[in-house]
Write a protein that binds this ligand. Structure first.
Ligand SMILES: Nc1ccn([C@@H]2O[C@H](COP(=O)(O)O)[C@@H](O)[C@H]2O)c(=O)n1
Length: 252
């Protein structure tokens, strides 16, 4: 997710799916299969030479196959806390100021992720920033009465269908009403559609974090986002922009 670092000291920081790659939750065989799926499909996700249309079926296959594997493992809800604790997940430097400032200023924060919502919430909770102004749209796990994973809820969200999910799931949100100004942060071109649920937007400022395949993708990011941050593991730029906007608002 865009809110987490991409890498730390040259080592990839896990995505919410990869956080579950823990012997506590998955068998050796499943860990291997999930890793293989990642090695096959992540290069497709970031391929600069493929169109979104060409990538779509591969993304659906990646997400569906990994969710199927996770369900087969009968993951227990009560172990998610430990899986997050034991992972190397890290929010971007400056995350606390970002989350706290939005909360204090009563600005809604919509976290729109193609990752796993339950894990994402746990990451924010353990970092003490899961404030009441946050609404998460993501892939949520469905646990049975004994707390065992039995399915994933609702429509599958992957990198390149966020626009249609935005229209169906975020447009009616109370928090979005009368909020025509959007600061959109993303790390994929697919993230540019995350504000499609905003009715009559007046201003949308988009910030793209370009983490990987930098030279190959720079041109398309520069052509698509208003601001492009290359291998920037911080929230410094969004924090400066927010500080300016919110100070101006307070001065009115
Ligand atoms: N089985 C999977 C499926 C997806 N991923 C990665 O998770 C990322 C989620 O991105 P958001 O910015 O929407 O939170 C996605 O970009 C995939 O690279 C994964 O690791 N395993």
């Amino acid at each position: 997710m865009t809110l987490t670092r991409f890498a730390h000291n040259g080592i990839r920081v896990p995505t919410t799916h990869i956080i579950l790659n823990n012997k506590l939750l998955l068998s050796e065989d499943c860990l291997k299969k999930i890793r293989e799926l990642h090695n096959t499909f992540y290069p497709v996700e970031i391929d600069a030479n493929m169109t979104t249309e060409e990538k779509l079926p591969h993304m659906v296959e990646w997400w569906n196959n990994s969710h199927k594997l996770l369900i087969q493992q009968k993951i227990r809800k009560d172990l998610l806390f430990q899986a997050v604790t034991e992972s190397n997940v890290m929010l971007r430097d400056g995350y606390k100021a970002f989350f706290d400032h939005l909360y204090e200023q009563r600005v809604p924060l919509l976290v729109f992720s193609a990752g796993i919502g339950d894990v994402l919430e746990e990451v924010m909770r353990q970092n003490h920033v899961f404030h009441p102004n946050i609404h998460v749209v993501s892939n949520y796990m469905d646990f049975d009465d004994t707390g065992v994973l039995q399915a994933f809820e609702g429509q599958l969200i992957h990198t390149f269908n966020k626009g249609e999910v935005a229209v169906s799931q975020t447009a009616g949100l109370k928090q979005m009403q009368g909020r025509p100004n959007v600061l959109l942060l993303g790390d994929s071109l697919g993230d540019l559609t995350m504000a499609d649920g905003v009715a009559e937007p007046q201003n949308i400022l988009t910030i793209g974090f370009l983490n990987d395949q930098v030279e190959e993708r720079k041109k398309s990011y520069v052509n698509s986002f208003d601001i492009v941050l290359v291998e920037d593991e911080t929230m410094d730029v969004p924090n400066v922009i927010l500080r300016n906007i919110l100070t101006l608002r307070d001065d009115k």
